[in-house]
Structures are given as structure tokens and as C-alpha cells.
Design a protein around this ligand. Structure first.
Ligand SMILES: *Cc1c(COP(=O)(O)O)cnc(C)c1O
Length: 349
């Protein structure tokens, strides 16, 4: 059957009816890639779910197709979001397709270039504020309650509903639930969504067991791990640079109910996993995405995983979102004269 996006594929699990105008860019259906190296390392079967393959390059599209479709159904003329980048890129693209106005509030200077380019080129009205993401979210919460503009951050329940389809896809490919589900955590919408998805599949008898949910925050932005609001979160992984997660308590629920873990990984550990994924797995992700694999390395070193289990790591977004960071992590190309011998000589290095 022709693939028509997550709303058509998982219609029975989602709040859509015949009246819902489906706005889709054929998001979802992303690859679940077996990693021989990580499997060998852990003694388990490790799979990487590459969410960078979504139309705007991150998992945000799963939630946005539903949030924008429902906004249109409910008669909204405009949507608004606060964003560390990917939410705005996705909201801008889906709004363009739907013919809705899109307003984006960003923390000034804290957003990767690729994401900013996306929001701008899709025609969103982009406003940068002096403050961090949590400040931006406070502003859009107020604007959306006072001016009948639809809020499409992950506190919009349709976002979580759409994003839970990631769990359905994992199960549909594996034929079972994984034993461990590793995921980066920022605002904690995605860990909430995956847990909801797994539980719904179990409720329908599609799986017998549930995974242990293991969430990873950046060490300089780890409010859930440290059980306190972080006033000035710091990390190179801008997509998870959040000091007061909107879905904090839901994330804690997922971790407790699943007997999982919440932990933090340093920027160095994130960058090591980021380079590992690019150099050894052929997968270019943005740094925040690599937090799940940094977490895998950390838990492996602690002897956390039982042998012969199945592990899924979510790689949340595409590396091209943040080209400056990639370039900062590598050496620039050498410039040589147009001289074959010199080039051959250098190639041996
Ligand atoms: C949004 C985002 C996250 C964090 O997801 P939450 O639902 O906020 O926890 C992680 N990685 C990338 C690439 C993102 O865009």
C-alpha cells in the first residue's frame, strides 16, 4: 500500500476523524538500523532509529502533522511556538503546507543555523528574545491563551499523540517491544510519547512486554536528574538545552513505571557519540541526538544491560541542522596546488 504518513497509517490510534483535514509531508516510516558494532559492544541487539530522515529532519514532524491538522480543523488561522529550533522548523513547514500563519519565538543566538534557515525560508514570523528557551515558552503560553493563536509546543497534547507513532514503528519492525529504549530528553515530550505508544500497543495485545525507558539529559541541563530547575542550562546540544521541562512529571512517570533510568551525559560524551555515529555508523545526527548513544556507552560501562536483550536508541534529528558544530569538530580541507604528485603525496596521510 502506498505510504501516506503517520495519520493515515495509525489512524485507529489517533484523534482524527473524516472531518480532519490531513496535513502531511509523509513523515514517519523512518529507518531502524541495526548496529553491528554497538551490538558487539553490549552483547545485545542494538538498533538506531534515525529520525533525521523525517521531512524537516527531526522527529518533531510526527507531532506536527497532527497538531497542524487539528489546528486547521478547529479553525485556527495562526499557530505559535517557542523553540530551540526543530519545533519551529517543523511548525513552519507544516504551516506553509496548511496555509496557516506561523509565529516562532526563539532564544536569541541559541539556535543552530540550519533550523533558523528552515523557519525563515518557510515564511514563519520569527522573533528572537533576550532570554532562554524557558523564557520563550512562558511568552508563547501567554500569547496563545490571550489571542486565540494555537500553541504547537509539546504541551499541545496532539504533539504527544503524533509522536507516540515512533513506538508503533519500532514494534512493527522488530515484531516485539525492545527491552531497553534509550532517548535524549529535553522538554521530555518525546519520552512521554514513546512510553504512551508502547503502553497503547500493549493494551491492544500487540506486545507482551514493555521496554525500560532510559532518558538522557545533558550534564549542564539536567533538571530531572538533579531534581531542580536549572536557571541557566548549558550544553552544546541546543535541542536539549532546557532547564524546566514542560513534561517533567510525565517523564518521571515513564521512568518509574518502566523501571528505567534517567541520567546525564557530559558534552564530551555527547560529542564522542556524535563522532562515533558519523565515523563508524554512517549516521550524521545533531549533537542532542547523540545523547542516547552517549547514554548507551555510559550504561554499558556500568554493566547495566543484561545480555542478549534488544536495545533501541532514538537519534532525534539530522546532523545538517548544525553544520557549524560538525565543522568545528573536524579539520578543514587542505588546499594544494594543482599538482598531481603533491596531491598523491598528501592522500597517503
Ligand atoms: C526536541 C528535540 C529533542 C528533545 O525532545 P523533548 O521531547 O523535548 O524531550 C531532542 N533532540 C532533538 C533533535 C530535538 O529536536
Amino acid at each position: 500500500m502506498k505510504y501516506k504518513g503517520i495519520l493515515e497509517k495509525y489512524r485507529d490510534f489517533l484523534p482524527v476523524s473524516e472531518k480532519t483535514p490531513v496535513i502531511s509531508l509523509l513523515e514517519g516510516n523512518t529507518p531502524l538500523i541495526f548496529s553491528g558494532r554497538l551490538s558487539e559492544l553490549t552483547g545485545c541487539s542494538v538498533y538506531l532509529k534515525y529520525e533525521g530522515a523525517n521531512p524537516t529532519g527531526s522527529f518533531k514532524d510526527r507531532g506536527m502533522t497532527l497538531a497542524i491538522s487539528k489546528a486547521l480543523e478547529e479553525g485556527a488561522k495562526a499557530v505559535i511556538c517557542a523553540s530551540t529550533g526543530n519545533t519551529s522548523a517543523s511548525a513552519a513547514a507544516y504551516s506553509a503546507k496548511a496555509g496557516l500563519k506561523c509565529i516562532v519565538i526563539l532564544p536569541k543566538g541559541a539556535i543552530a543555523q540550519g533550523k533558523l534557515a528552515q523557519a525563515l525560508i518557510h515564511g514563519a514570523k520569527v522573533i528572537a528574545i533576550e532570554g532562554n528557551f524557558d523564557d520563550a515558552l512562558g511568552i508563547v503560553r501567554e500569547l496563545s491563551s490571550g489571542y486565540s493563536i494555537c500553541l504547537v509546543n509539546s504541551i499541545n497534547p496532539y504533539r504527544i499523540e503524533g509522536q507516540k507513532t515512533g513506538a508503533f514503528e519500532v514494534v512493527d519492525v522488530l515484531g516485539k517491544a525492545p527491552d531497553y529504549h534509550l532517548i535524549p530528553v529535553g522538554n521530555a515530550g518525546n519520552i512521554t510519547a514513546y512510553w504512551k505508544g508502547y503502553k497503547e500497543y500493549k493494551g491492544k495485545g500487540r506486545i507482551d512486554s514493555l521496554p525500560k525507558m532510559c532518558g538522557f539529559q545533558a550534564a549542564g541541563a539536567a533538571p530531572i536528574v538533579e531534581k531542580r530547575i536549572i536557571k541557566e542550562p548549558k550544553t552544546i546540544a541546543t535541542a536539549i538545552k532546557i532547564g524546566n521541562p514542560a513534561s517533567w512529571s510525565k517523564a518521571e512517570e515513564a521512568i518509574i513505571e518502566s523501571f528505567g533510568r534517567i541520567d546525564k551525559v557530559t558534552d564530551e560524551e555527547i560529542l564522542e557519540a556524535y563522532r562515533f555515529l558519523a565515523e563508524k555508523e554512517g549516521l550524521f545526527t545533531e549533537p542532542a541526538s547523540a545523547a542516547s548513544v552517549a547514554g548507551l556507552f555510559k550504561l554499558k560501562a556500568e554493566g547495566y544491560f543484561e545480555k542478549d536483550k534488544t536495545i533501541v536508541c532514538i537519534l532525534t534529528g539530522h546532523g545538517l541542522k548544525d553544520p557549524e558544530l560538525a565543522i568545528s569538530q573536524t579539520k578543514p580541507p587542505r588546499v594544494l596546488p594543482r599538482d598531481l604528485d603533491k596531491i598523491i603525496e598528501k592522500m597517503k596521510l
